[in-house]
Design a protein around this ligand. Structure first.
Ligand code: GAR
Length: 236
């Protein structure tokens, strides 16, 4: 039988590299989940494209090697992505986890990590790809919003969605209050999905997305498809 990339074996927990650009709260949630054994994997490296990314502090506090590749130092996207791929491969990861990594990736880079690269996006995909998702959802009068974790493909925010977390939109929401509510959901969503891919429960080889060997007709929903998850956070 063929093992899924990064599948857990007794000897070698999957190796995760996390890519960040900013605050790194999702990185923090993943570190905590690994340390508590919720995800039986190791974060072996953190790479940021911004030298001032707050998340670099989490890596340092937890003894995780990190490096900065400043995209401003590169003449082209291709040149940046080539060095980024080399930096990532240096950690020999099983999984590449994009956690607030705010760069558009070249197809060549994506091809190199297809099937083992995940992204979290702050919307209920396919709605609101790209930027300013919270403000756009509010402007459209949506009553709910959320976050999605998907496999990365060359199409921006367009890869197969594994799982989503939904949150309500309340009447006095601003983009900031909504973003904060979505982020709290993200901090439960991402560890849950990473746990499932690392265990081989979720599989995608570039063809059919499967959960426990069954094709997924629609994204899984946090709390509905998670038996041991805590209930949704109150709005606010
Ligand atoms: C998260 O909300 C994530 O969904 C979003 O950036 C934030 C990073 O927060 N990602 C994107 O918008 C990608 N298109 P964090 O740095 O605190 O984890």
């Amino acid at each position: 039988m063929t093992e899924a990339p990064g599948q857990i074996t007794a000897e070698t927990p999957p190796r995760l590299v996390v890519l960040i650009s900013g605050r790194g709260s999702n990185l923090g949630a993943l570190i905590e989940a690994c340390e508590q054994g919720q995800i039986p994997a190791r974060i072996v490296g953190v790479v940021s494209n911004r030298p001032d990314a707050g998340g670099l502090g989490f890596a340092e506090q937890h003894g995780i090697p990190s490096q900065v590749l400043n995209h401003r130092d590169y003449p082209t996207r291709e040149a940046f992505d080539a060095d980024l791929a080399t930096a990532i491969e240096g950690y020999a990861p099983d999984w590449v986890i994009l956690a607030g990594f705010m760069r558009i990736l070249t197809p060549g880079f994506v091809d190199r990590f297809t099937g083992r690269m995940l992204n979290i996006h702050p919307s209920l995909l396919p709605k609101y790809r790209g930027l300013d998702t919270h403000a756009r959802a509010l402007a459209d009068g949506e009553t709910e919003h959320g976050a999605s974790v998907h496999f990365v493909t060359p199409e921006l925010d367009g890869g197969p969605v594994i799982m989503q977390a939904r949150v309500p939109i309340v009447s006095d929401d601003t983009a900031d209050t909504l973003a904060a509510r979505v982020q709290r959901a993200e901090h439960r969503l991402y560890p849950e999905v990473v746990r499932r891919v690392c265990s081989g429960e979720i599989q995608w080889s570039g063809r059919i997305l499967q959960a426990d060997g069954t094709p997924l007709g629609a994204p899984l929903q946090l709390d509905e498809d998670t038996h041991n998850a805590s209930p949704p956070q109150p709005a606010g």
